[in-house]
Structure formats: structure tokens, C-alpha cells
Design a binder for this molecule. Structure first.
Ligand SMILES: Nc1ncnc2c1ncn2[C@@H]1O[C@H](COP(=O)(O)OP(=O)(O)O)[C@@H](O)[C@H]1O
Ligand SMILES: [Mg+2]
Length: 294
């Protein structure tokens, strides 16, 4: 057992040498999470990814929602393979990547996400070397996660450079978001966590909602999540979902599209040094496995 762990470490280090990382750095990774389900994560990930792509950024979406992986559904795409085939050695990562509108690349997680947490060290070796060798050149990777605080989700959130917590003004969404933030900060007290409040009438309601979290966070937590932005309640979102077309492309002048443009602008305007606080060292994948290894 010890031998295998050692070999894995060796392999990880070998594959992600400093020199190599300069040529092929792992993209800035933002995981999108929520306590409660159905608050708009997947729509946010996809449309934010497209807004960033339109600004000239290279973006990869990693669909890590195990239960309801549906980035592809929002696009009307049917991926033939998922991470499952990568994990089981049938496909390479590049072979499963789906290309969406504007050239946006999507990694469909599917049932591979569950497998990922339960890999044998041989499978991990294959995956780490595959991913390190894959052409994942991008500026930003957005990770869509499932609702709640399962070990699986937590692994992705802790491995990411930054976490965006999506919530709505509903009390249940607020308390669940707070619960998630609390658990995250217990694991990593300096984690970069930011809030996007969805389905609001405007900025005032969004800030009031974020303030409810921060009121409690100030008293009980080590850190207060920052306010990143908001998305208005907009019938176009629902319409776009029904048409399986992302709203930033289908209705570029709708309120929600404008709101996401603002969030994208804010993210692009940041330098990596301001966002690197939470980097616990190591690559995304190294951190993911480190957490699961406990
Ligand atoms: N800003 C919004 N305005 C109106 N409806 C929204 C908005 N955001 C999300 N929705 C609705 O909520 C549903 C769930 O969104 P989704 O992104 O799938 O949530 P999650 O990924 O968090 O489960 C969407 O299908 C859409 O109908
Ligand atoms: Mg979702």
C-alpha cells in the first residue's frame, strides 16, 4: 500500500515538473457550488463560461455534478463518453471532451465522478498521467458541482483555486449556503469563497441576501465570503433552458446575460495573485486526491 502511494506521488511529481507546468499550467480553477439544489449553478457555469469565451478567454467546463450532470443537456448535446471511460482506461481525456458553442470545451463527468473518488492507485496513476499529458490549455476552468456537502463535492471545492457559492434570496437557500461555507472554512480557513446571488430583482436585493450570510459569518466564521455579483430573475433563462440554448447567446441583451457579463468582467479583471490565496500547493488533481485520501 505504502509502495503504491509512494509511486503515485513520484508519478505526480514527475508529470507536473516545474518546467512543464510553465508550458502547460493548470488553468485557474473556479468551482461553482450551492448548499441547496436548483438554485441556478449549471446555468451560471455554462453562461459564464460562454461570456468569458466571448471575451477571448480559453475556457473549459468540467461537469462534476454526479447526480444530475446536465451541462450537455442545456446545450442539447449528447456526449458519447464521460470521465467514466477515462477512469476505466477506455478513452483518453481528449477523446471525451465535447466542444460546444464558440469552441467551449466541456468535460462530461457523468458516472466517472463517483469512480474518481474510489479509484485504485493503478487507475489514479493512469488518470494523473493522462491528464498531465492532455492538452488542457486554458485560462479558466469552471467546475459545476452537485448540490450539498458530500465528500465528492467537497473534494472538488477544496481542490479548486476559488469557490463561487450560488444562492437565491430564499431562506432555505441562504441557510444551506451558509452551511456549505462553514464546512469549507473548517477544512481550509483561507479558502477564497465568493457569492453570486441568483433570481433577484436587482443588486439591492442581492446585497441584502449576501449580507444575511455575512452577518452570521462575521460572528462565527474566520472569513466572510465576498460578494461577486448577482443575476436577476429573468424569464429568458427558463426559455433558454427549454430551447436548450444558452441565454447569453440566445438572448444576449436580456437582464441575466448582462449580469453574467458583469461577473465575467470582474473575474477577468483580477490578477492571479489576488486569487491565489487558497492554493494549498500542488495541482488541482493532486489536491483532489489528497483530500479523498484523508
Ligand atoms: N436567473 C434566473 N431567472 C429565472 N429562472 C432561473 C434563473 N436561474 C435559474 N432559473 C431556473 O432554475 C432552473 C434550475 O437551474 P439550474 O442551473 O439547473 O440549477 P442547479 O444547477 O443549481 O440545480 C433553471 O432550469 C431555470 O428554469
Ligand atoms: Mg446543476
Amino acid at each position: 500500500m505504502k509502495d503504491q502511494a509512494f509511486r503515485l506521488r513520484e508519478l505526480v511529481q514527475k508529470n507536473i515538473r516545474p518546467g512543464e507546468r510553465e508550458n502547460r499550467p493548470w488553468p485557474r480553477t473556479l468551482a461553482v457550488a450551492s448548499g441547496k439544489g436548483g438554485v441556478g449553478k449549471t446555468n451560471m457555469v455554462l453562461n459564464l463560461a460562454l461570456a468569458l469565451t466571448r471575451m477571448g478567454k480559453q475556457v473549459i467546463v468540467f461537469d462534476a455534478d454526479l447526480g444530475l450532470a446536465n451541462v450537455d443537456v442545456l446545450l442539447g448535446l449528447v456526449p458519447r463518453y464521460t470521465l467514466y471511460e477515462v477512469v476505466t482506461g477506455q478513452k483518453t481525456l481528449e477523446e471525451i471532451v465535447v466542444v460546444g458553442p464558440l469552441g467551449l470545451r466541456i468535460i462530461p463527468g457523468g458516472s466517472g465522478i463517483q469512480e474518481l473518488a474510489n479509484l485504485s492507485s493503478v487507475q489514479r496513476e493512469r488518470l494523473v498521467s493522462d491528464i498531465s499529458g492532455a492538452d488542457l490549455r486554458a485560462d479558466i476552468m469552471l467546475v459545476d458541482t452537485g448540490a450539498g456537502i458530500s465528500n465528492n463535492v467537497l473534494g472538488f471545492l477544496l481542490a479548486a483555486d476559488e469557490v463561487i457559492v450560488v444562492l437565491t434570496p430564499e431562506p432555505t437557500s441562504i441557510t444551506d449556503a451558509y452551511g456549505l461555507i462553514k464546512v469549507l472554512l473548517q477544512q481550509e480557513s483561507r479558502k477564497v469563497i465568493r457569492l453570486v446571488v441568483n433570481r433577484v430583482s436587482g443588486e439591492a436585493e442581492a446585497r441584502r441576501t449576501a449580507e444575511k450570510i455575512n452577518l452570521v459569518a462575521r460572528r462565527f466564521l474566520a472569513l466572510q465570503p465576498e460578494f461577486l455579483g448577482f443575476v436577476q430573475e429573468d424569464a429568458r433563462v427558463h426559455q433558454a433552458v427549454c430551447n436548450q440554448k444558452p441565454f447569453v447567446l440566445e438572448y444576449p441583451s436580456c437582464h441575466a446575460a448582462g449580469n453574467l457579463q458583469q461577473i465575467a468582467l470582474r473575474l477577468v479583471g483580477e490578477t492571479r495573485t489576488t486569487t491565489a490565496r487558497s492554493r494549498g500547493g500542488g495541482s488541482f488533481l493532486q489536491r483532489l486526491f489528497k483530500f479523498w485520501d484523508g
